[in-house]
Design a protein around this ligand. Structure first.
Ligand code: GLU
Length: 300
């Protein structure tokens, strides 16, 4: 199958050292496979995307010499496709309206013997799976979000296994470790999980290359692909750039926009994270050498 890859930034801020690694890895993998490389602006979470950041990112990619093979896609122009997918999931009996607030979900955790963990989205306890329940037994609640069932119609667990091209065999019990997850949020925004699956399928993506911090989302995305009867891309989750505190580099812990007045050192730093030390004294020659190094790694 002809290779199609993508870089899918959320335009919440300009590219930083970490997002450049993801962009470079996906570009290199596409070029090393003589494939096509697409850019998708994942701006479904409108309130978190400052105006103009999308074009800033596209300019940064161009300055690095990473040029997409087609005009970029904007998720904010794709709402009809997400609605069509939600309608189909609904017709297939996989979705339900949910009235739970975050605190309802948190409150249900101790009863299930699951202590609340920091930075981990709480497992959905299944409260509204069989109709909107008033968990407090007082007022009738209104639907806030749409969720996808994470167990079979008979209530059996769904466990997914996939081979990550870099991390090897991965497995997740979706029912126990994630629970029914959100497709459309209470504030009306489309959820990342649904948008990414709809667009990967629409764009014919064969290979998802992205940072390791997203690996945990893969089972949810494979579950959606399976329910919708869509093909499963291959996955490669790459190394992260760590901040001084050891956490993934992000805007919250001091990631700064890369300085692209001189793109070569930025490319070299990203190459180092990927374990590559190509030669070249211009971005174009460095990138050509990096493609060869990446290709050698594929056959090694
Ligand atoms: N938009 C996501 C992010 O910037 C990445 C989505 C993906 O590569 O699947 O974190």
């Amino acid at each position: 199958m002809a290779y199609v890859g993508r870089f899918a930034p959320s335009p919440t801020g300009p590219l930083h050292a970490g997002s450049v690694v993801a962009a470079l890895a996906s570009w290199l993998d596409a070029r090393a496979h003589q494939g096509r490389w697409l850019v998708r602006i994942e701006d479904v979470d409108g309130p978190r995307c400052p105006p103009g950041t999308d074009h800033l990112i596209l300019g940064q990619l161009a300055a690095l010499g990473l040029h997409p093979d087609e005009p970029p896609m904007w998720q904010s122009q794709r709402y009809e496709a997400y609605q069509a997918a939600l309608d189909r999931l609904q017709a297939l009996g996989w979705t339900f309206a949910c009235a739970c607030s975050r605190s309802d979900i948190e409150a249900a955790q101790p009863h299930l013997g699951r202590p609340k963990q920091k930075f981990v989205t709480s497992v959905y306890p299944g409260t509204c799976r069989h109709g909107i329940q008033d968990v407090h037994g007082s007022t009738l609640k209104v639907a806030r979000a749409w969720r996808l069932r994470s167990c079979s119609a008979r209530g059996e667990d769904i466990t997914l296994t996939w081979i990550d091209r870099r991390m090897g065999m991965q497995t997740q019990n979706l029912t126990q470790e994630v629970g029914d997850f959100v497709l459309k949020r209470a504030d009306g925004c489309w959820a990342y999980q649904l948008a990414v699956v709809v667009d990967d399928a629409a764009q014919g993506i064969t290979d998802v290359v992205r940072g390791e911090d997203l690996a945990d989302n893969t089972a949810r995305q494979i579950h959606l692909q399976q329910v919708l009867g869509w093909p499963r891309p291959r996955y490669w989750h790459g190394p992260l750039v760590r901040a001084a505190d050891g956490h993934k580099l992000s805007k919250q812990n001091g990631a700064v926009a890369v300085d692209l007045r001189d793109p070569l050192p930025v490319l070299k730093a990203a190459g180092q994270v990927l374990g590559l030390s190509p030669t070249g004294d211009t971005p174009a020659t460095w990138l050509a050498s990096a493609v060869q190094a990446w290709q050698a790694g594929l056959v090694a």
